[in-house]
Design a protein around this ligand. Sequence first.
Ligand SMILES: [Zn+2]
Length: 417
Amino acid sequence: MASKSRSIPATPDAHSRKRVHELESHPRVVAALELLRQRADEITDLQEEFARLPSPDHRAAQRARLLERLLQEAGLSRVRGDAAGNVIATLPGADRRSVLLSAHLDTVFPDLEKIEIEREGTVLRGPGVADDAAGLAAIVHVARALREAEVPLHHDLVVVGTVGEEGEGDLRGVKHLFEAEYAREQVVAFLTLDVGAHRSFVHAGLGSRRLRVTLAGPGGHSWSDFGRPNPIHALSRGVARFLDAVPHPRNGRSSYNVGTIEGGRGVNVIPEHASVRVDLRSESIQDLTALELALHEALKAGVESERDWSRAESEALKLRVEVIGDRPVGVTDPDSPVVRAAVAAFAARDLHARLARSSTDANVPMSLGIPALGLPHGARTRNAHSMQEWCDVRERQPVLDAVLLTVVALSAAGGPG
Ligand SMILES: [Zn+2]
């Protein structure tokens, strides 16, 4: 998961509270919660084991193999990898509809071949140590506890490790899941454990569009060919126009970032190529479209202005814009049964939820109208998406209890849908 945003408090309603209270005292649920408690150290060991495995190319094949083996050992059925590389396993319920519980296999460090993790008491440090190794450890142990305690489920519980959640992975694992594996009407709810704060629920998916802009020109010598159009100058003019044209970040609903700039051969060479990669995000699809349009217009104007300056022919500079990421906007109604069940389950452990917006695997089901939520994984995380990432797992227990209770509330007979 990525990005912060303002959040709103959520209060549990009396009916959901009562239902969670009843479920908590069911002997098999009590047994499942006890198993989680006994395995606290094992869960941290597993988080560390996942975090040490590199995740090249947003596929994380080694992590996928480990997850597959653990879900098999935990006694889940139909354990398999799908065509995208997701790992899927089922804890069968009485009917054919499903509650999906997921975490992502990949990290924002697809280039790291070796990952060092340091552990000191309940604190773990290292890139990707929590995001989303903590989620993977949690889905394994929640499913395993439900299976071993033989908690009766009405709907299937489907455990999923997704590929391609981060960055240019572009949610391709979860997109495939809903294109090829699960029809919308089959899914009661989709939960992804991908939040590093204990009380934060992601109920709305920030949309994003990611673009690679490339400019090509004739190139030349900086002195003898001076006056030829320069792709770096043209892109710089375009980017500057874009930044002047778009609203100030204080409006809070959108963001934009020129994240990379590349090109050129040397200081005395007019470059033949230049490119930038741009990340645009918004809570609203209209604003996102408007941002993208503004970027296109500014870039075209930048190219025009460079052509005017150089008096070059119109063919001298070639502008190309490719979409390298597209995350849909979506929202799960705060009053929906899925949100209400989760809010009540967390409140039962004194975790008073706040609803926030972010970009996670849940964006895709949300955009399809499937109730979906990003939930905490229990490792309080700092500096995610950086080499200095660290987390504290001291208070993981109540979070995992609440996740298990949420799953049971959604999967049990009389649950939503
Ligand atoms: Zn994440």
